[in-house]
Design a protein around this ligand. Sequence first.
Ligand code: SF4
Ligand code: FES
Length: 235
Amino acid sequence: MPIQLTIDGKPVSIEDGASLMLAAQQAGVDTPVICYHEATTPNGLCRQCVVEVEGWRVLAPACITSAAEGMVVHTASERVTRARRTILEMLNASMDLSEAPAIQQQMDEYKADRKRFPGAHRRSQPLLDDNPFYVRDYDKCLMCWRCVQACGDDLQFTYALSTGGRGYESHIATFFDAPMTETTCVFCGNCVAVCPTNALVSKTEIFMSRGLDYDAIRREKRKQRRAEKKEFSDD
Ligand code: SF4
Ligand code: FES
């Protein structure tokens, strides 16, 4: 049964239970997102998609808030714009977003001050290169969970990835921080495909950016596999 609401002054009719993000799309408004991906279950983690609902005390994350009869929603009010800008500035202060073009574009659009919070302590973790298929550079990880969900119930049902630590120390991890080759990972590449920041990068992509052709990439990967097998048998 369809419900009626208003988005930025436009009347919208949409199925009961649809998200505000879908309702906004129907009104011709694309909501900016960071953690949301169409292939994974929305969790409402980043809050970049917030909108203002008249009568509500707090801003509503559009990806996980259901549209309701009679709602009056504003997607570009001063309060919404300021919230989105601040989220971008805080993210930029705490991690490496240099290889996240969609987020960089949002920073330009929302006029985010890239130098705000100069004293912020950036999260830093060692780069993990422990398998022939992809590297994990968690300095670039914004904890959107997309990779964990793609590895688990949303796509692959492999459960090699999980979260570890708490608060400031929370991070994406394998069980007991085991190297990827010692987990249930089947190297499907789904986690790499959904990562928004290039924290996960396929080695083929890295080799190609260095100008290697497919034969050279195959040779390079064979060499790495041999080295890993030797390291394993030496242990
Ligand atoms: S590694 Fe990428 S996909 Fe996984 S949580 Fe971090 S940013 Fe998100
Ligand atoms: S995109 Fe909606 S909370 Fe992240």
